[in-house]
Design a protein around this ligand. Structure first.
Ligand code: B12
Ligand code: SF4
Ligand code: SF4
Length: 314
């Protein structure tokens, strides 16, 4: 077995759903698109993104010896559904169970160790979400999936319910063929987005995206007219309506199973939550990111919207 296939089979053994290889070069068109996104201020208050742009567009600034990017995907779909009661908030699927950063990091570290057993002189750097790496671009380039019009990567076999991760490596591996776009004439995600955040196909304005607003945005919301459709942490609407997500499959990772009362928690319970309960309930959960104040703000925002429609009061 050649080195590329050896690494790929180790990735599958460790439990990754998909693996592909790309060269580390970011093409001009991608850099222009990224620059345009920043120029239009679609990063909202996420200034950390802009600060790391040099590394994003030049992976050799992260690892000077980089020759290949090993891209992995991990399926997180579990077969559970939301309550549609107006008294409950909705948490996005990716945050129902344990924090994927911890799980991906552990699995990537294991893969890195395996690679270094085969090639002790290789240099390898792992990433899953938190680093300045163009994860969606590399996933597409390595054949894992294509970027849908909602901008998430969709695989033919698992839909878009996949987390992405990478190992930047000094090893020269065999590149996979980039994935073609299978969105075709479909526009379901654009039509379904309640805040019109997908301003053009393949272009999301974070300022309007419920995911950004409920997770990343600090302080009160500027625009109080946006309809959050009961989402209090992230948003899955554009993915829920995607026809490719009817090919979803149950994840093998038991840590992604929903924690108790973590799909559609009661808005009233959140409004009453104290710091200690928040700490215990969201230990090792991605929800920690929004902090108790953020979660309460989101629940209150939904309640205000509902009470304007004279529905509920918390
Ligand atoms: C910042 C960020 C966000 C921001 C901005 C979202 C965004 N669209 O980028 C916010 C907070 C809104 C967000 C939300 C979500 N995120 Co997020 N996020 C990231 C992060 C950290 C960086 C992404 C980035 O660089 N964006 C920059 C912009 C410019 O990228 P882009 O939108 O893809 O834009 C490109 C296209 O517009 C393209 N383009 C422009 N014009 C055209 C035209 C054509 C024809 C084409 C093909 C392309 C194209 O060029 C641009 C430049 O690359 C990544 C992790 C990482 N390091 O990559 C995770 C990541 C993208 N997020 C992830 C997830 C799961 C989500 C949510 C689904 C969570 C949720 N349920 O609430 C939502 C999805 C919202 C959405 N519709 O995008 C996953 C996606 C997994 C996947 N299957 O793709 C990632 C990869 C994390 C991970 N490691 O798994 N996220
Ligand atoms: S995550 Fe929600 S708000 Fe953001 S683009 Fe998708 S549907 Fe729109
Ligand atoms: S809903 Fe349609 S347009 Fe949007 S990502 Fe899925 S296939 Fe593409």
């Amino acid at each position: 077995m050649n080195l590329t296939n050896q690494i790929k089979s180790k990735a599958v053994e460790i439990g990754f759903t998909k693996v592909g290889i790309s060269n580390p070069k970011i093409d001009r068109e991608e850099i222009n698109n990224l620059t345009e996104w920043f120029n239009r201020k679609f990063n909202a208050t996420m200034n950390w993104m802009k600060n790391s742009i040099e590394k994003k567009i030049s992976p050799e600034k992260i690892l000077p010896e980089v020759q290949s990017v090993i891209c992995v995907a991990l399926n997180y779909y579990t077969d559970n559904q939301y309550s549609n009661s107006i008294e409950n908030g909705k948490i996005s699927r990716y945050a129902w169970g344990d924090d994927y950063h911890l799980i991906m990091e552990k699995m990537l570290t294991q893969l890195k160790r395996e690679i270094e057993l085969i090639e002790p002189n290789s240099k390898n750097k792992i990433y899953a979400d938190t680093g300045p790496v163009m994860e969606k671009y590399f996933a597409e380039k390595s054949g894992i999936g294509w970027r849908g019009k909602h901008t998430n990567v969709i695989s033919k076999e698992f839909g878009s319910w996949i987390f992405l991760g990478e190992i930047l490596t000094s090893l020269k591996l065999n590149n996979d063929t980039p994935m073609e776009d299978f969105c075709g004439t479909c526009n379901s995600c654009i039509e379904a987005c309640p805040t019109n955040a997908i301003v053009e196909p393949y272009l999301v304005d974070s300022n309007k995206c419920i995911s950004y607003l409920t997770i990343e945005h600090k302080n009160e919301f500027q625009n109080t007219k946006l309809d959050f459709k009961n989402w209090i942490y992230g948003c899955d609407i554009c993915q829920d309506v995607c026809p490719w997500n009817s090919f979803q499959q149950q994840s093998n990772v038991k840590e992604f199973l929903p924690r108790e009362d973590n799909i559609s928690p009661s808005l009233i319970n959140i409004s009453k939550m104290d710091k200690e309960e928040f700490r215990k309930k969201y230990y090792k959960s991605p929800i920690k990111r929004t902090k108790l104040e953020g979660l309460k703000r989101n629940a209150q925002y939904i309640a205000n919207q509902q009470s304007q429609k004279e529905k509920i009061e918390i």
